[in-house]
Ligand binder design. Structure first.
Ligand code: GLN
Length: 194
């Protein structure tokens, strides 16, 4: 069975673990480098990316995770997780970590402050029917490189993107009780393994 890690330093880890388990994957909470060694793929949850960035350093996960991503480990980043996987950041502290796993510029908190959080029904390429998306202090994708596929947008802003086996979204699929995007991610891992 594919072991899918969930980066468990901060954020909405539990909801991702539940979604993955419900789909038949074997989730593992990743807090230390030895946990990372045991996973085939990784979900980076929503939360607060500046805090996660600090915790990545103090936990010793920073460099090993950079190495796994550079070696092509499949990854799914939601909201703060998308910020961590991006190549370029706007509105972040200069020392905030981003791994450059997907060629995009991400602007933090660009949908506004907490009060500006909202929900939307998205039309997602390759997924039948609307996907409910919960946006919480969501980041905006300012630009994407030529290798990046845009799978869904809101007001012409990309909110769900993929580059190879790296999937990112600006919203929280794990909070809407809809597991189709987790399934999309799991499908990309099994293609890789087979
Ligand atoms: N605003 C958060 C950040 O910059 C992300 C919000 C979220 O993950 N819901 O890290």
């Amino acid at each position: 069975m594919t072991v899918v890690g969930v980066l468990a330093l901060q954020g909405d880890v539990r909801e991702h673990v539940a979604a993955l388990r419900a789909l038949g994957a074997e989730p593992l909470e990743v807090r230390r480098p030895d946990h990372l060694n045991a996973v085939d793929a990784l979900v980076l949850p929503g939360g607060e990316s500046t805090t996660m960035s600090l915790l990545l350093r103090s936990s010793g996960l920073d460099e090993p995770l950079a190495g796994r991503l550079a070696a092509g480990m499949p990854a799914f980043g939601t909201c703060a997780g998308m910020i961590l996987l991006a190549k370029r950041l706007v509105g972040a502290r200069p020392d905030q970590r981003c791994f450059g796993a997907i060629d995009m510029t991400v602007r933090r908190n660009a949908f506004g402050r907490q009060v500006d959080s909202f929900e939307a029904d998205l039309c997602v390429r390759g997924v039948e029917g609307p996907v409910r998306a919960v946006f919480i202090r969501a980041p905006v994708v300012d630009d994407v490189g030529p290798e990046v596929e845009i799978l869904a947008s809101v007001d012409d802003r990309p909110v769900l993107c993929r580059q190879g086996n790296v999937l990112v979204c600006a919203f929280h699929p794990e909070l809407a009780g809809d597991r189709r995007l987790h399934q999309l991610f799991l499908d990309s891992i099994s293609q890789e393994v087979s």
